[in-house]
Ligand binder design. Sequence first.
Ligand code: HGY
Ligand code: MN
Ligand code: MN
Length: 427
Amino acid sequence: MNLGGAATAAIGALTADRERLRALLDGFAELTEPDSGPGVTRLAYTPLERRAHAVFAAELADLGAAVRTDAAGNTIAELPGTDPAAPAIGTGSHLDSVPNGGRFDGIVGVVAAMETARLVVRHDAAHRHPLRFVVFAAEEGARFGQACTGSRIVAGLTSSDDLPGKRDADGVSFADAMAAIGLDPARVGEARWDPAGWAAFVELHIEQGSVLESTGRRVGVVDAISGSTRLRIDLAGRASHSGGTPMHLRADAAAAAAEIVLLAESVALRAAAWGTRATVGRIDVAPGSMTTIAGSAALWVDVRGLDIDRQQRAAAEIVEGAEAACARRGVRLTATPLAETPPVPLPAAVRDTLVAGCRDLGLDPAVLPSGASHDAQQVNEVTPTGMIFIPSRDGISHDPAEHTDLDDVALGTTVLAASLLRLDAEL
Ligand code: HGY
Ligand code: MN
Ligand code: MN
C-alpha cells in the first residue's frame, strides 16, 4: 500500500536511540526484590511492580501524555491525534516478572513504547489516531497461576468474582494483593475497554525461543500465540521412617510426584500431541527430611499448545495417568485447575501490515507462532492485534541469563514506531 509522502517521511525519521533504551532497561532491572537472588524478581501486584509503573507514568507525563492507572492496575498514557473522534492505536507490554527472571521479558515492550512516544513527540510526527501506550499489570502467571490478569480484565475475561479465589503460595489472593497496593478488586469492571475506542494494538516482545536466532533473522512477526492449561496436583501419601519402612509397604508422595513429572513429559512427546509442551516447573515435598518418606507433595503443571484440542487432551491424559499411578501407589490425588487460555491466531490484516512495514525498512521478518502467552492474546479480544518479536540469545527466558542485544532492542523499537504510523496511515 502506498502510504503517501508525509507518512513515509514521518516513518523514516523515527530511529530509536539505543543509549536511551539501555538506560531505561538498566533502570527497570534495578527494581528487584531485595535479597531475592540473581535476576529480576518483581512479582504481580506488588509495591515494586507499582514503582515500575510509576517510572513509566512519569516519563510519559513528561512528554505531555495524559496518564492514568485503571482499576486493574494497568497504566495507560495517551498522545492525542489530529482526529479526536478517531479510535486509538496502541502498544505496550508488562513490567512484572517471574521470580529470578530476566531483564527483557515484557520490559522491552514497555521501553520500546516509551521510546516510540518520545520519537513521536520529538519529531512531531503527525498521526490521526490517538496513540496509547499501555503497561499491563500482572502479566506473569508465576505468582497466582492465572497469567495476563491486567489485560484479561480490560478484555472482560477476568472479573471481580475471579479475584478472591486465586491464591499464591502464601495463600494471598489476587484480591488481597490488589487491596494491599491501593486497588479495589470490586471495581475492576470499570477498567474494561470499549472496542469502539480502539483501532489496533501491537506488542513488541522478546521471542523467548530460538527461531529468530537459529534462522539469522533480527525481527519476527507473530501469526499465532500459544494457549495454556495450568493445574495444581496435590498428593497425599504416608510419611514414615525411611529405614524402617519396607519398599512394598510405602505410599511415597515424592516417588508418585516423580512419576507424574515423567508422565507429563511423555504425553507431550507423543506424536498425537505434536507441538504441545508440558512442564512441571515446581514441586513442593513435605516434610522434606532425608530420613522421612514424603507424606505429601504438590506439583504445578503447565501445558502449552497452538491447538486447543491437543492442549486440553494432553492435560487430561496427564491427570488420568497420574490418577492410575497414585492408585497403584496408595497415594491420594487432587487435581485443581488453575487457568485455561486458548491459543489465538492473530489477525492477518495486522500481521501483513507489520510484515510490509519490516520490508519497507529493508528487513526480512520471520512469521512465526509464539510459544509463550502474552497480553496481546487478551487484547485481541478487544481490537485487532499484532506482535513483533526480537531475538532471545540461546532461546533462554524466565531466567537471569535472558538476553537480547541492545541493537536488536533498538531495531525492534524502530520497527514498532514505523508500524504504529503505518497503521495510522492505513486505518
Ligand atoms: O508464561 C508465559 O508464557 C509468559 O511469559 N507470561
Ligand atoms: Mn512476557
Ligand atoms: Mn514471561
